[in-house]
Write a protein that binds this ligand. Sequence first.
Ligand SMILES: C[S@@+](CC[C@H](N)C(=O)[O-])C[C@H]1O[C@@H](n2cnc3c(N)ncnc32)[C@H](O)[C@@H]1O
Length: 193
Amino acid sequence: MNEPFESIARGRGRVVLLFCAALFGAAGCLYPGAEVPYVQTPTEVVTEMLRLAGVNGNDLVYDLGSGDGRLVIAAARDFGARGVGIEIDPHLVAQSAESARRAGVGDRVRFSAGDLFETDLSDATVVTLYLSPELNLRLRPKLLHELRPGSRIVSHDFNMGDWPPSQTIRVTSRDRVSNVFLWVVPPKTARAR
Ligand SMILES: C[S@@+](CC[C@H](N)C(=O)[O-])C[C@H]1O[C@@H](n2cnc3c(N)ncnc32)[C@H](O)[C@@H]1O
């Protein structure tokens, strides 16, 4: 069993999801209301995303569509930040909270079950994404409206259309090469997007 399927099976009930995966593949296993499936960012990519964003002890990192909580937990455990995960699947939210407790960062992170488009992002200093090209574009006005100037956005694999990233890196993990994009939110007066 590969890594994403292992976690899906743990989080949501082995039988149903293995059946779903066998029929449709990982991309077909959408939680009701989810707009992209649950696929994990490889650990190496998690680290490089947080490093690229320059995450530190002053940051509040939001992962929108937080899956098993790995980005938020790593931000707290390895970079000293605080974190918030927003995830539509309540089983993954419960799994994330338990993993955070085990990692010893339960007091510095929070996971909420909900729709990322309905979440107020105004206190985030860093936002992490692994969604889709279409969702990134829909999210872009919200990010620019709610985040303060200087906030950083990092996205695994998907860009923001005609908003050019300030930096792009490639990260090799066990079975693939990922692109990671960084944007810095400009001052309000310079936001035309
Ligand atoms: C590709 S996974 C990324 C998981 C995690 N961020 C990571 O990088 O490992 C996308 C996640 O977004 C969640 N999701 C999809 N649509 C959502 C929405 N509208 N609101 C909140 N979460 C959503 C899915 O359930 C899934 O867990």
